[in-house]
Design a protein around this ligand. Structure first.
Ligand code: ZN
Ligand code: ZN
Length: 134
């Protein structure tokens, strides 16, 4: 049997599915409950409301959204990615894609900032006022 890593709990298990049997069952259950909750609510619900009302981990809700099982149409994502505007959980700043970009660029950005500070600290040549106008 091949050893697979569960995409949810990241534990290895024997099988061919994306999720280990435990998570598969767990998430199916959560999915059913969340779906029912969303449909029984007349207004948009936020992830925070779902996790609070159903006592389910935010990770599970996020995972189901990620996998396309829950659509953001039904969930009032009250937060948006600062970079691309994608709906994200309320405790996040960037979406998953942008987090990678931000982390990669952060090092570069820091270097640039340091350079900028250095040049700013140096006394710059005085700019000559424009003469001869009129
Ligand atoms: Zn698992
Ligand atoms: Zn983004």
């Amino acid at each position: 049997m091949p050893l697979k890593q569960c995409t949810y709990c990241e534990e290895y298990f024997n099988g061919v599915t994306e999720l280990c049997p435990k998570c598969s069952k767990n998430l199916d259950e959560i999915f059913a409950r969340v779906k029912k909750f969303i449909y029984s609510s007349r207004t948009e619900v936020s992830i925070a409301e779902i996790t609070e009302a159903l006592n389910v981990p935010e990770k599970a809700v996020g995972f189901l959204i990620d996998k396309g099982r829950l659509t953001t149409e039904h969930i009032g994502m009250d937060n948006k990615c600062r970079l691309c505007g994608a709906p994200i959980p309320s405790n996040a700043t960037y979406c998953k894609d942008c987090v990678n970009i931000v982390n990669k660029d952060l090092g570069k950005f820091k270097n640039e900032m340091a350079e900028m500070k250095q040049t700013a600290a140096k006394p710059t040549k005085e700019i000559q006022p424009l003469r001869g106008l009129r």
